[in-house]
Design a protein around this ligand. Structure first.
Ligand SMILES: Nc1ncnc2c1ncn2[C@@H]1O[C@H](COP(=O)(O)OP(=O)(O)OP(=O)(O)O)[C@@H](O)[C@H]1O
Ligand SMILES: [Mg+2]
Length: 274
């Protein structure tokens, strides 16, 4: 593969020392690790470059609305006590760049020092696969209980989000992170299959919207259920624990869960029709 060269960074990130490091590059956004104004505090920088193939006015409008939407969500959710990275800075106009008009937009947020849940579950699943033969029933149950606990926490975090009146719009295990507890150094939880201790943090609100409709909330859960079934087959059965965590997290949850059953039925019918 050809070496990928990300587009030039907007000012002021074009001359920070050390320069920001590129972590991931999705279809829409580039994620960098950098520092906040205080150089000893890490921060995550999400950049939405402008798309040269789009009409410049339309491009500006779309880029701007996605980034401000995401920033608004983060600001609101932090205020409501939902577990999301704090918003640190935002440029929706694309002021940076040599000629003052860089076109893209960026936001800077609190750095979450942990893995995405996708990585945590993958590590656990492959450890289980490699060690299964040497584990007795009690040990397997114990291992599964740890992962069930994680799924339950994920359910509670999503419940808190919905309670705040926001639906995520793109729930996958890559958009949930696990922040280890501060004193994780001497964790008793680590059994070789990786730690599942910590706080669940929701990220990536690029497709989020304000809604308190059961339908929208149920679709959020359904999307995550399908994502888990396809990427983490061994953990699929634990989705019921996520539901338990969700059910207890706010008053409207049972009614959303009822709706989830309709959404599942529709999904099944659709996949039967091909
Ligand atoms: N605050 C953060 N702290 C640490 N890592 C982060 C943070 N935000 C994102 N990441 C990492 O960067 C990856 C991509 O971020 P994010 O999911 O927000 O972007 P994306 O999926 O490319 O965006 P979009 O779907 O809006 O185009 C995450 O999966 C995670 O690994
Ligand atoms: Mg993402």
């Amino acid at each position: 593969m050809e070496d990928y060269k990300p587009p030039a960074l907007p000012f002021p990130f074009s001359n920070t020392t050390p320069p920001p490091t590129l972590l991931t590059q999705g279809a829409e956004a580039h994620l960098y690790k950098t520092t906040s104004l205080n150089p000893s505090i890490p921060a995550a920088l999400k950049i939405r470059p402008s798309k040269p193939y789009r009409h410049p006015i339309l491009d500006r409008r779309l880029t701007r609305s996605r980034i401000t939407q995401e920033a608004r969500c983060l600001a609101k959710l932090v205020r409501e006590g939902v577990s999301v990275p704090a918003l640190l800075a935002l440029d929706w106009e694309g002021h940076g760049g040599e000629e003052g008009g860089w076109g893209g937009a960026w936001l800077m947020m609190e750095w979450i020092d942990g893995d995405v849940v996708r990585v945590v579950l993958e590590q656990w699943e492959s450890w289980m696969k490699a060690n299964q033969a040497s584990l007795d029933a009690g040990q397997i149950e114990c291992e599964e209980a740890r992962v069930r606990g994680l799924l339950r926490k994920m359910g509670a975090a999503i419940g808190a989000l919905h309670k705040a009146g926001v639906v995520h719009g793109d729930l996958t295990t890559s958009n949930l992170m696990l922040r280890p507890f501060a004193d994780a150094g001497d964790s008793t939880d680590d059994s070789g299959s990786g730690s599942v201790d910590g706080d669940v943090v929701l990220i990536d609100f690029g497709l989020a919207s304000q809604s308190t409709q059961d339908e929208d909330r149920a679709v959020d859960l359904y999307v995550l259920e399908r994502a888990i079934a396809s990427t983490h087959p061994r953990s699929e059965g634990f989705f019921e624990d996520l539901i338990l965590g969700y059910r207890d997290s706010y008053k409207g949850a049972p009614s959303t869960l009822k709706r989830l059953e309709d959404v599942r039925l529709r999904g099944r019918k659709k996949s039967m029709l091909g």
